[in-house]
Design a protein around this ligand. Sequence first.
Ligand code: GLU
Length: 238
Amino acid sequence: MCGIVGYIGGQEAAPVVLSGLQQLEYRGYDSAGLAVIGENGDIQVRREAGKLVNLARCVQDQPVDGQIGIGHTRWATHGPPNQRNAHPHSSTDGELVVVQNGIVENFLALRQTLQDEGYQFESDTDTEVIVHLVHRYYHNGCNGDLPASVRQAIQHLQGPSAIVVMSKSKPDQLVAARLGNAGGVAIGAGEGEMFIASDIPAILRYTREMTFLESRQIAVIDPNGANFYDFHGIAVET
Ligand code: GLU
């Protein structure tokens, strides 16, 4: 279980995400990636096997511009540590991206169900079932409501998971969720900007105002703050 960083606000997201991931390097990892919603509205994904410096070089060669982004350092549990298994994982239509810390213990059964529904898998990871599950509800039942889609999807998962989801149709929203003990999920508040991190050091240089997700909680984050819900969609005080 490795590192997650998210950012939404007025700064360029990629440098904030990369610097946050650097602060999480002590946790160990085998690959890294990030996704940013670009000026043209598309989600740009960069992923590399190996050290963060490889990802930083990739971003330098193929820059990503945009003020909302998520990043991940992976410690592989399912699937070899290579580029195609590095997070974020994307829905086939490029609408959604997901990063996850943890394990989807029932991913084989979920993958089979999703494949039977026509979903195509691009990686060997357990994580990829999450993005297709969110996609299923996003387009079928939840009518483009990202928090509701995440809430529906996460109910299918067994095992500990911390996830962050971003949708290209929602360039002012990040959704984070925690199920069981997949490490922490800190939500940090700044002035017109918000941060997500699996551990405090990743965002300490930007803010000291942090809230921590408990298991079975979802945070819906925009540049001006976060709202917290349980898995039934009921608002919770933190
Ligand atoms: N189980 C996921 C994978 O193998 C996430 C691992 C992690 O927590 O980094 O990709």
